[in-house]
Write a protein that binds this ligand. Sequence first.
Ligand SMILES: [Zn+2]
Length: 423
Amino acid sequence: MATAGTIIFKARYLLPIVGPCIENGALLVHNGRIVEVGAACDLAGSKEVEEIVDFGEAILLPPMANAHTHLELTHVPYWDAFAGEREYPGFTDWLLRLIGVLRGVPLEEFSLSLSDGIRRLIRCGTGAVGDILSRISARNSYDNCPLRGRLFLEALGIDAARNRQTLKILQKLLLDKAPGSMAYGLTPHSLYTVAPEFLRQLSEVALRLNLTQSMHVAESPEETLLVRDGSGPFAERLYPDVGWGSRIPPASGLTPVGWLARHNLLRSGDLLVHGVQVTSQDVDIIAGRGLCVVLCPRSNQRLGVGTAPVAAYRAAGVMLALGTDSMASCGNLSLWDEVAFARQCFADDLDPATLLGMATYHGARALGLEGEMGALAPGYGAHFQVLQPSHLPSAEKLEDYLCTFGRTDDVKALYLDGKPCNP
Ligand SMILES: [Zn+2]
């Protein structure tokens, strides 16, 4: 529901993302939508202004868009003390341990965990999310939730009979309206956990219902070994451990991206999450097919799977967004911390303005919110966050400042439709 009336929101710095920083800037908002953006002194004379909200020594900018997370896993560190440790085992050990932990968690716990994840996102200035959901009963946590974005229902399995059952359930569910202010999407978990035939069926459903898909692709060397060579730790340990020992795929000779391209499963507008283990040919394929790559650098570092070739993605013109991934592989759900880490990790390839654009404008676009969220511009919803640092930097140093650690604590408020959100 939008705020009625005409309001001016002003602050020392206004960062529209789609334009340069405005010092002593303001938004003119009518019925929850942005009418005008400019210098506060120019807008103050507008007729019919009912209220002026002055945030003072603050920074006003679009909300964060966390393009990949699993909020149902927010409580993993409570369920498994191991997840909070700094030293992580290899990817296969991590995966096996996580599968084991999740098996012992009662279903109702996932709803509580998801609700807590939503609160945490709001507290750190996040207005849009690409959330992967595998326990579909937990989706009602989004009822009455102000967050926008996509709720990607996750599918996983290699048994044909079970997959048919899952597909039926998903198709029925996807015909309903998504909970809260979210839209539905589909997530085949990964190439190593979804049978090829099931991938094809899910892709057909997505095409028919016009749903965006999001998939973990090229995350680890282990994934490449399995897909390309039919061998490695997944074949030796993961598959036997989960009872799939007799279903190890044959060597394809293809990278994960190459495999998906060969089977015509890469669609424009879909989200390719991680994209770490890719060749230069893979990067060209991703660019050519128009996918958005969601980088999760903190998770990649913690799981020791490598670093995404950001320079190659940028040179090829691939759209990039950022995600935290889940609390099972990341210290917190703050995209501000992801930005700060990415700035360190990709210092030569991602300048502050580009990073801030990925975390807001491009993230929102990737989640289907173009023209609605991600920029402070006329026509957009009045969606913004307010940062109030103890000392404001100079205007020239603002973007650099925003890409350093500590900004999560600067977040003082999140406004959606011109109204403050209470976590
Ligand atoms: Zn993930």
